[in-house]
Every structure is written in C-alpha cells, then in structure tokens.
Write a protein that binds this ligand. Structure first.
Ligand SMILES: [Fe+2]
Length: 196
C-alpha cells in the first residue's frame, strides 16, 4: 500500500501531511502532475522469476500503458539481497546513484512487482515522499526535480517504461535538499511505529 509524506522544503523541513489513504494520495499527486495507479499483483509469480516471465505476467497492463503514453522500451530492474560478500557494497552503490536531487529528460515510470522504494518529488516548495510497494505504478513527468531512496537494505523488482533505450541519465541539480528530508529507513520506521 502506498504511503505519502509531504514536507516543506525549508531549512528545517516540517511534516505537512502523512497518509495511507489511496484517494487522498492520488489527489495530492494529481495536483503536481504525477500519476499513481494500482495494478492487481500477480501473486503466482515466483520470487526468482526472470524478466520475460515478469513482463508476460503483466502483459495486458503494460500494453495499455504503452498504448496510452507511447513508451517504446520496457525492462525489469531487480535488486534483492543475494548473500554475496560484496552485497553491502553493491547495495550502497546502487542506493547512492539517484539519492541526490536530479531530473531526467524522459518520464520516470515504475511499476513495483515486489519490494519498495521512495520517490521524493520536489515541487511547489514541497517534497512529496511517495513510498511505493507491490502493485503501485508511479509516473513522474520528465523534468520533475526528484530523487529515489531504496534504503540501506534494498529489495525491489520494478518494471520500467522509457520513450527510448539510449540510457537513463540523471541531470543533478546540486541541491543538498535530499540530505534534509527523512530517508527511506526513517520513513519506513515511522510508518511501522504509526501503524503498529
Ligand atoms: Fe530519477
């Protein structure tokens, strides 16, 4: 289930809103041109399913989004603890990659097959931290200032949509804002405490 926290982007950010209400989250995000949709999770997909199996399981939904938005390239990004000696290093490197504020010249569209991650959308002097979980499809329009935190123990499988396949480049803004806003580990701990 999606969880939204909205912060002011001031020097000492204030929490303006915390909600798990799907309708409220969709409405708040719609105001900043971000679309959040939900697909029925395919429970029969095995944990170790490969890219083709995952794409096949969601073929109808994927084709609908492609038809509506004109995406031409779809793939699957997976990151789960694998017990390797170098896992902590690889996890930290993956997390660092998009942890600072940036933009892209394509939409950032992600469907969470499993696991979770937080997109932080910095719009209208507010930071909208959208915790996405299995079943959530988030569409962030191109040029939206944002960052992404997968936490210190990353675990997710996500379907990604692109308008072209020539690489995913972040234009970093140089803003230190991401360091002032609670990170993935903090928000997920806050939520767990609030919901018991
Ligand atoms: Fe991004």
């Amino acid at each position: 289930m999606t969880y939204l926290t909205v912060y002011s982007d001031s020097e000492q950010p204030e929490t303006l809103l915390e909600t798990e209400d799907a309708a409220e989250i969709a409405a708040v995000l719609k105001d900043i041109d971000v679309v959040l949709r939900h697909w029925q999770v395919v429970e029969s997909l095995p944990q170790d399913a490969g890219q083709e199996e995952i794409l096949a399981a969601y073929r109808a939904e994927i084709d609908r989004v492609i038809a509506e938005e004109g995406y031409t390239f779809v793939d699957v990004a997976k990151l789960h603890p694998d017990g390797g000696d170098d896992w902590p290093e690889r996890a930290a490197a993956a997390r660092r990659k998009f942890l600072a504020e940036h933009t892209h010249d394509d939409d950032e569209v992600r469907y969470f097959v499993s696991g979770s991650g937080i997109f932080y959308l910095h719009v209208d002097h507010k930071v909208h931290a959208v915790l996405c979980e299995a079943g959530d499809l988030l569409s962030v329009p191109k040029n939206t200032t944002h960052w992404f935190d997968m936490g210190t123990r990353p675990s997710f499988t996500a379907i990604r949509f692109f308008h072209d396949d020539d690489g995913w480049i972040g234009d970093f803004t140089g803003s230190p804002i991401a360091g002032r806003i609670p990170d993935f580990d903090t928000i997920t701990a806050t939520r767990a405490a609030a919901t018991g």
